[in-house]
Design a protein around this ligand. Structure first.
Ligand SMILES: *Cc1c(COP(=O)(O)O)cnc(C)c1O
Length: 393
C-alpha cells in the first residue's frame, strides 16, 4: 500500500499546476480522479444502503465515468449524447438508467438499443410513449416536491404532483408497462436534507399504496441528487447532511432498492480551474486582470448554476491591491470577481478556481472564439499519478 501511495502527487499543488499548464496550456481544468473517488466513498458511507448513479450532466467526462464504475458505482444518463459517450466507453448498460422525464421517441430508441431498461416519466403523454416498448422498458415515475430552499429548484420544471402519482401508475399498468418505482430530485445544492426526507417519506407511502393496489412492482426508490458542496459559502458536511436521510431510509422495507443520482457532489470538488492573465490595466484605482477563461467559459456556472468559486492567484505576496478578475471576451458582463485584494499580477500569472468540477466546463461556450478549457484528468488509477490524459473525446 505504502509503495502505491508514495506515487500519489496532489495535482492541485502549485508546482504541479504549473507543470500541467506548461504541458497542456491554459485555460486548463485539472480533474483529479482521486478526489472523485474520495467524494464517491464519502457519499456511499454517509448514505448507507444506497446505490449511487453518477449523473453525467455536471461533468460528462470519460475519466469520471470510469472512476465511478471502478468504484462499483452506476450511471444516470439523460440524453442521447450521454448514451453515446458511455456506449463508446463500453459501459455495461445494466449499470445505467435514463432519467430525463421528457424524451423524443428516438431518444428512447437510442437508449434501448444501447441496452438501458429503466426510464423516467412524469405525465400521461410520456407514459404512453412506452406502450410500444413495454416488453423492454420499465418506468420510474418522477414525483415533484417543490424546494424553494435549493439553489436550483428542479421540481418546478419536472415531476408530477404526489396526489396524481397513483393515477399515472394505473395508466401505466393498463398499458402493460412495468412501474419499477418512484423518483424525485428536490433541487441541486440543497441547504439541508429536510426536503429529501419529506420526499422520501411521501414516496415510501405512495409506493406502499401502489403495491397494495397492484399498480406496479414498486420496489425501487430513486432519491435524486442535490447533495451540496462547499463553494465560497461552506455547507453542512455530508455526514451531517445525510444523517436524517439515513434514519428515514432505515424505515423502508428491506426489499426496496434505493438509488441516488448525485452529480455535483461527486465531481464538484474534484476539479481545479486554471486561467492565465492575458493582460492588465489600472482603472479607477483598481487593477483589472483579463484572464483567458471567464463567464462564457468555465465560470459559466456563476451565471447558470449561481455558484461562486473560491478564486486566488497561484503566487502570493504581502502586498495586496484592490483588483478585478475579468474574462477574455469583449462583453462587459464577463467579470468573474470584483473587490478582491490580490498581489500585483503580470501577464502569464496563473489564477486558480476551486470546486470547479460541476456545471462549469459542461456549460461553457466558445463565445468570441475563446476555446473552452482543456480538461486534463489525473490519478486515473488509485494511488498512481503516472497517468495524465487530456480530454479524449
Ligand atoms: C442534474 C440532475 C442530477 C444531478 O443533480 P446534482 O444536484 O448535481 O446532484 C441528478 N438527476 C437528474 C434527473 C438531474 O437532472
Amino acid at each position: 500500500m505504502s509503495v502505491r501511495r508514495s506515487r500519489f502527487v496532489d495535482p492541485f499543488q502549485p508546482a504541479e499546476v504549473r507543470r500541467l499548464v506548461r504541458q497542456f496550456g491554459s485555460p486548463l481544468l485539472i480533474l483529479d480522479c482521486e478526489r472523485v473517488r474520495v467524494q464517491y466513498r464519502k457519499l456511499r458511507a454517509a448514505l448507507g444502503r444506497v446505490d449511487l448513479h453518477y449523473a453525467l450532466k455536471p461533468m460528462p467526462h470519460a475519466a469520471v465515468v470510469q472512476t465511478v464504475l471502478a468504484e462499483g458505482g452506476f450511471l444516470d444518463l439523460a440524453t442521447t449524447g450521454e448514451v453515446q459517450l458511455v456506449r463508446r466507453l463500453g459501459v455495461d448498460p445494466a449499470r445505467c438508467i435514463h432519467t430525463h422525464p421528457i424524451k423524443r421517441p428516438q431518444d428512447i430508441r437510442n437508449a434501448l438499443e444501447f441496452g438501458v431498461r429503466t426510464f423516467v416519466a412524469d405525465n400521461p403523454d410520456e407514459v404512453r410513449k412506452f406502450e410500444q416498448f413495454s416488453d423492454r422498458a420499465e418506468l420510474l415515475l418522477r414525483v415533484s416536491f417543490r424546494s424553494p430552499g435549493a439553489v436550483c429548484d428542479l421540481s418546478r420544471k419536472f415531476g408530477c404532483d404526489p396526489e396524481d402519482v397513483l393515477e399515472l401508475a394505473r395508466l401505466a399498468a393498463e398499458l402493460g408497462i412495468t412501474v419499477r418505482g418512484l423518483s424525485f430530485h428536490v433541487g441541486s445544492q440543497a441547504g439541508d436534507s429536510a426536503k429529501h426526507v419529506e420526499a422520501l417519506d411521501a414516496c415510501a407511502q405512495l409506493m406502499a399504496a401502489g403495491r397494495r393496489r397492484k399498480l406496479g412492482v414498486l420496489d425501487t426508490l430513486d432519491i435524486g441528487g442535490g447533495f451540496p458542496i462547499d463553494y465560497t459559502q461552506p455547507v453542512q458536511d455530508i455526514e451531517r447532511f445525510c444523517e436524517p436521510l439515513r434514519s428515514a431510509l432505515e424505515a423502508l422495507p428491506k426489499r426496496v432498492r434505493v438509488i441516488a443520482e448525485p452529480g455535483r457532489f461527486i465531481v464538484g470538488p474534484a476539479a481545479l480551474g486554471v486561467a492565465s492573465v492575458m493582460g492588465r490595466a489600472r482603472r479607477e484605482g483598481h487593477w483589472w486582470y483579463y484572464l483567458d477563461d471567464g463567464l462564457y467559459g468555465s465560470y459559466s456556472g456563476q451565471l447558470f448554476d449561481h455558484a461562486r468559486y473560491p478564486v486566488e492567484p497561484l503566487k502570493d505576496s504581502e502586498e495586496r491591491l484592490p483588483s478585478v478578475l475579468a474574462g477574455p471576451t469583449c462583453d462587459s458582463i464577463d467579470v468573474i470577481a470584483e473587490n478582491l485584494m490580490l498581489p500585483k499580477l503580470e501577464a502569464g500569472d496563473l489564477i486558480v478556481g476551486r470546486a470547479m468540477g460541476a456545471y462549469t466546463w459542461a456549460s461553457a461556450t466558445e463565445f468570441n472564439f475563446f476555446p473552452k478549457a482543456t480538461v486534463v484528468a489525473v490519478n486515473l488509477t488509485p494511488g498512481d499519478s503516472g497517468m495524465v490524459m487530456p480530454f479524449p473525446l
